[in-house]
Design a protein around this ligand. Structure first.
Ligand SMILES: [Zn+2]
Length: 920
């Protein structure tokens, strides 16, 4: 057998005699057309040497993925200087980090705290300084606002509606416009502004360095560069530094409803973070023009797959982008730092944990898009209507950005199918069709078998060993835990399926190659038929398969019409071409999904999701797997299977061992501990007709103090965690009981709607003596209107809810509401409603009105309320504002105990909350 010419060699087209004759008798007679009619001599092909094949492939499966992942994660050099040597201003990571550090130094900027306002003031000072520089320019003009306002809206997330009230919420706004380009000759403003948005506030338990200090820092530095350049621009850039995103996007709602510049905005760039490493991922681009604008960035990093996944709702989060889309009707780009999302919304989101180069990447991208848009003739500055986002777009290793229309995608798919069918028609003999059909059908069987194997391993871990999330500590670990058993099962299935196959092994191998490509083409066609833009993944996989196949066929035809090629080089080239695909796909998918499972709630079958995803990634993005297996004869295949089985067992044994932990200090488990004060009476103030107030004590509650412990994922360790916390802090005579949210249980309403997804237990603690002189904040309610409409059977009430000293207050009630003050129609029927408030420290009240159906005038409506004591958030405010409070000492001790007891592998939210009930 001529093996001299590298890996590609030619040999006679040579089905095994028995198979050939068997096929001939069972199906149509051999065709007499073209090359397929040749009847060459018997094949000497007996399968290849495993060692040799592995040796040839070894650089492709070791060195290449390593180099590719290095390339995938590479970031630009962080720039220290703010100007180039010739004086040109440039965006600088060092400068951005200064802003982030300053914000972090202020403290946790949780809406409702003094720190949140100090954050706004810091940004305002920066913006004013920039505006002062701008005032000296003769080509730019700048405006600054510190918008403060109140409002109400309904926020929908994860099939839950939250009724939002906000008061005293702040926005710092800077507009930089080109002189004579933002107004008509008559002085009317032109709507040619690009809005940039980032939020100053941070999430409840987080200093918010990445989320969203990075967005704020990047925007401040981009504004600086635009102003210091002092070059003419066309149109304007409006930098919106908003003061309340984490409270469910109140500040962006305020801007979109009320600000004088809102109608000038034509598109938006939203800057966010859900992680602390890597470049800024473009995860939404909602018009053709903005996709084109993004194509100008030096290191494009994004794919339409992210948009498809995000719009499916599985990510369970949202950005301000929603408000701008909904209320301003504009398109734009939504970008975020998403790498190492384990610290997202935790105490560990600090400057120290940001990756060097991330901010530089974000800023380079933002300024590039701005430069493109702020020039004459850009889509911002033309009157042509913007186009829908029916574009396929993706970056490749942050070096290439490819985008094309869905029409082009349709054409591409058609071409791929045509080439494939052409190859099938010309290269498959009639007598061998059965093998090709069987291989194609088996391609779908493979997927199923792989998923079944991976899911079995997942079930074994999650339900058998009760040790799930063993892959949590590294985003790519699932590829080993689930990918290896999945691949083993697929190969075993192939070995079994072709046990009696009598066709020549070369034919089997060729059939497996075409089946693997055919499988990608079928997936591509299905998705394309539904116009799902992520279909490009499969068209790309088909292309990387067709390239070596076509080369092979052309080579083979040019050498000898009656010869076929064995597939050494084909497989090698194909594997080499697939590697960039699988590395890019697996890093993109798993980097997002693995950390996400840490906060998906108790019900999410995370083990199964990750198992299915991993087996899918391995099989779909490594299509040469099965054809390579068919290079070997049955003895060789059995050796491979045995090795794979051993490898799978080893993998399972290692991860199942008690020494392997699901969490560690850089990949912590999320939990929450809430110290709850139950207030025995809620103060209700009624106003009679003469506006004299009468105070009635409301319903009496238990007055007990309870500790509520919750986990935010479905991973292991929760029962042990509860037991340990109870042993140390609970009343030993009362065991922990489950706390399930319901109409009569509002324990975790401060986290609503997350509260619907957590697993929680509670137990009483020995209530400490409240220090004299300290006041426990409570909600009090003024009933400003209470009337009964006997014709409509509705009761109309207007309440003023005062929540002094409490942040994130929630009022929950069940009613059939007909009409209310929130900016949305009330849902039909009797259901539970949640009103959440956000405010500045000096405006801790809100008024809301509603009409609801009730059978009688005297029917009572019950309310549950809960809020966090502004001084009892550890470590956000407690040391600074609540040093005298007993929970501060308790949380301080608890925090240090948790760190030691769990080797810092728990990330625990520690808050003191106050709850009560009243009825009207
Ligand atoms: Zn954010």
């Amino acid at each position: 057998m001529p093996q001299g010419a590298g890996l590609m060699y030619i040999e006679p087209r040579s089905p095994v005699r028995t198979g050939f004759s068997k096929t001939s008798t069972n199906s149509s007679p051999p065709s007499d057309m073209g090359p397929t009619s040749a009847m060459p001599p018997p094949s000497p092909y007996q399968g290849k040497s495993i060692a040799k094949t592995l040796l040839c492939l070894s650089p492709l499966i070791t060195l290449l993925p390593y180099l590719l992942s290095k390339l995938h994660y590479s970031l630009p050099e962080p720039r220290q200087e703010t100007h180039l040597s010739d004086g040109t201003p440039v965006v600088s990571e060092a400068n951005i980090m200064k802003h982030i550090q300053a914000l972090e130094d202020i403290g946790y900027r949780i809406v409702g705290t003094e720190e949140a306002e100090l954050g706004e003031l810091y940004v305002f000072d920066q913006v004013e300084a920039l505006a002062n520089t701008c005032a000296t320019s003769d080509v730019l003009e700048c405006n600054v606002w510190y918008q403060k306002g109140d409002g109400m809206h309904q926020f929908d997330i994860m099939d839950h509606a939250v009724l939002k009230s906000y008061r005293g919420i702040g926005n710092v706004i800077l507009q930089i416009g080109g002189v004579n380009t933002t107004k008509t000759i008559d002085g009317d403003p032109i709507n040619n502004a690009i809005l940039l948005n980032a939020h100053i506030d941070s999430a409840l338990p987080s200093p918010g360095a990445a989320d969203d200090g990075i967005g704020v820092g990047v925007m401040l530095d981009c504004a600086r560069v635009l102003i210091e350049r002092n070059k003419h621009i066309t149109g304007s850039a409006i930098f919106l530094f908003n003061g309340a995103e984490e409270t469910l996007q109140d500040a962006s709602h305020l801007y979109s409803m009320e600000h004088e510049t809102k109608d000038l905005v034509k598109a938006v760039i939203n800057l966010e973070a859900a992680g602390s490493t890597g470049g800024a991922l473009l995860f939404q681009a909602t018009s053709k023009e903005m996709v084109e604008a993004y194509s100008k960035v030096p290191r494009p990093h994004g794919t339409v797959v992210a948009a498809d996944v995000f719009s499916s709702g599985i990510i369970m989060s949202d950005t301000d982008f929603v408000q701008f889309e909904k209320y301003l009707g504009i398109s734009g780009l939504d970008m975020a730092i998403v790498g190492h999302s384990y610290y997202y919304h935790t105490q560990r989101d600090t400057v120290e944990n940001l990756q060097s180069g991330s901010s530089q990447h974000f800023a380079d991208a933002t300024i590039a898009v701005l430069d493109h848009l702020l020039q004459v003739g850009s889509p911002l500055n033309t009157d042509t209507p913007w186009s829908p986002p029916n574009m396929v777009y993706y970056s490749f290793y942050d070096r290439i950005f490819i985008y094309y229309s869905m029409n082009a995608a349709n054409l591409l798919c058609a071409c791929i199918m045509l080439v494939y069918v052409g190859i099938l028609a010309t290269r498959v003999r009639d007598s061998e069709r059965k093998v090709y059909r069987k291989a194609l059908a088996a391609a779908f069987g493979n997927l199923l078998i792989g998923i079944i194997a991976a899911v079995s391993v997942a079930v074994f871990f999650a339900y058998g060993l009760k040790k799930s999330h063993t892959w949590f500590t590294h985003e790519q670990l699932p590829l080993i835990i689930f990918g290896v058993p999945a691949a083993t099962a697929i190969l075993a299935y192939q070995h079994w399926l072709f046990r009696r196959e009598t066709a020549d092994q070369a034919v089997q191998e060729h059939a497996a190659v075409l089946a693997a490509i055919g499988f990608e083409i079928i997936l591509m066609s299905l998705m394309q038929a539904f116009q799902i833009r992520s279909a490009y993944l499969f068209s790309n996989m088909a292309i990387v398969g067709l390239i070596p196949v076509l080369l092979n066929e052309i080579y083979s035809l040019s050498m000898n019409q009656t010869a076929t090629v064995h597939f050494g080089l084909l497989q090698w080239l194909w594997t080499a071409l697939c590697m960039p695909m699988i590395v890019e796909a697996s890093t993109n998918f798993l980097d997002i999904f693995v950390p996400l499972t840490g906060r998906m709630g108790k019900e999410a079958p995370t083990e199964i999701i990750i198992a299915v995803l991993s087996s899918f990634l391995v099989y779909v993005f490594l299509p040469p797997l099965v054809p390579l297996f068919h290079r070997f004869n049955r003895t060789g295949q059995r050796k491979i299977l045995l090795t794979c089985l051993l490898a799978s067992s080893l993998v399972i044994a290692v991860f199942a061992s008690p020494a392997w932990s699901s969490y560690d200090s850089t990949h912590p488990k999320r939990a929450g501990i809430q110290y709850m004060y139950n207030v025995s009476e809620t103060c209700l103030i009624y106003f009679d007709n003469a506006h004299r107030s009468k105070i009635y004590p409301s319903q009496t509650t238990s007055g007990t103090h309870t500790l509520h412990v919750a986990q935010l994922d479905s991973g292991p360790g929760f029962p042990e965690f509860v037991t340990k916390v109870h042993e140390r802090y609970g009343m030993q005579t009362r065991m922990p009981i489950q706390s399930v949210p319901s109409d009569s249980n509002s324990d975790w309403d401060i986290l609503y709607p997350i509260s619907a997804f957590i697993e929680a237990e509670k137990f009483p603690v020995i209530g400490h003596t409240w220090p004299s002189g300290e006041i426990l904040p409570e909600i009090s309610v003024s009933v400003m209107e209470d009337t009964w409409d006997q014709h409509l059977n509705t009761r109309n009430i207007t309440l003023r809810v005062i929540h002094e000293g409490l942040i994130y207050p929630v009022l929950a009630f069940s009613a059939d509401v007909v009409e209310w003050s929130f900016q949305a129609a009330a849902p039909v029927g009797h259901t539970r409603h949640y009103v959440k408030a956000a405010s500045s420290p000096d405006k801790e009240d809100f008024v809301f009105h509603m009409s609801f159906k009730t059978e009688s005038q005297h029917g009572k409506l019950g309310f549950h309320w809960v809020g966090i004591d502004t001084r009892q958030m550890y470590p956000a405010t407690s040391e600074k504002h609540g040093a005298a409070l007993p929970t501060t000492a308790m949380f301080r001790e608890m925090d240090s105990w948790l760190k030691t007891e769990f080797q810092d592998s728990m990330e625990v939210l520690l808050v003191g909350a106050v709850a009560g009930v009243f009825s009207l």
